[in-house]
Design a protein around this ligand. Structure first.
Ligand SMILES: [Zn+2]
Length: 236
């Protein structure tokens, strides 16, 4: 079993993905479990959402775990888990993964061995410096950034087109959100001729918000697997 992701986690940077896959394979060869990421890349809007969940300007008597300065103001951490200041987290830089057991506990044999093998892959357990033994970071070349699995779904798939406001204005995408197929959501995009899968709940909610705002047009009725088969599958 290779390096994997659960809970909608993903790595879009090829350098990061290859480094973690390589380290995981090295560990497996020595009889340790493969690495599984519970949280990888964070899109800037995800990072902000987590920030607002865990930090506040007004703790109002709630337990405060720490403080951070952002935009010139002191924010109070009211959640036991830390969160990087927006635009500074290595999750946002597509370099980090929060790994599942046994790579979340510095005392396990697998974690100890991973710390040694990690140097070959330009990875360190960065979280050890802030009591998050599950947080591992790749410091090597970032490589190529794959297109998002549905992130920015209201935008044209081609980044060149994004810069053309006229084109963007007339762009209304026809989307079909299908039920889960083998544990993954499918979003079928008729205009682009694609089906996006492996969407997490958050991305799905954003897509639904876009539909409510009229930026996307949702087609009624579930599609048959045959319809999906005729489309290019992104991030499948
Ligand atoms: Zn982390």
């Amino acid at each position: 079993m290779p390096f994997g992701f659960v809970n909608g986690a993903y790595n879009r940077a090829s350098g990061t993905l290859d480094a973690f896959a390589g380290l995981s394979a090295d560990l497996e060869r020595e009889g340790h479990p493969p690495m599984v990421s519970l949280s990888g890349d964070r899109e800037p809007e995800d990072q902000l959402r987590i920030w607002y969940e865990r930090m506040t300007l007004t703790p109002n008597g709630r337990k405060v775990y720490g403080k951070r300065v952002w935009q010139g103001k002191t924010w109070y951490q009211i959640h036991p888990d830390t969160v990087g200041v927006p635009d500074t987290s290595n999750h946002e830089k597509r370099r980090s993964n929060d790994l599942k057991w046994p790579y979340n506990d510095r005392t396990t044999a697998a974690h100890k061995r991973a710390r040694i093998l990690a140097t070959r892959h330009n990875i360190t357990c960065e979280g050890l410096s802030f009591s998050e033994a599950w947080h591992w970071t790749h410091w090597g070349p970032i490589g190529v950034i794959a297109s998002p699995a549905g992130a920015g779904s209201s935008m044209p798939a081609d980044p060149e087109k994004k810069s053309d406001p006229k084109e963007h204005k007339t762009m209304k995408r026809l989307m079909q959100i299908d039920p889960k197929v083998d544990g993954r959501w499918f979003v079928v995009d008729y205009l682009a001729g694609t089906a996006v899968r492996q969407w997490n709940g958050f991305q799905l909610d954003r897509c639904r918000e876009d539909i409510v705002r009229g930026e996307l047009i949702e087609l009624g009725g579930p599609q048959t697997p045959a319809v999906i088969q005729g489309l290019k599958i992104i991030n499948g």
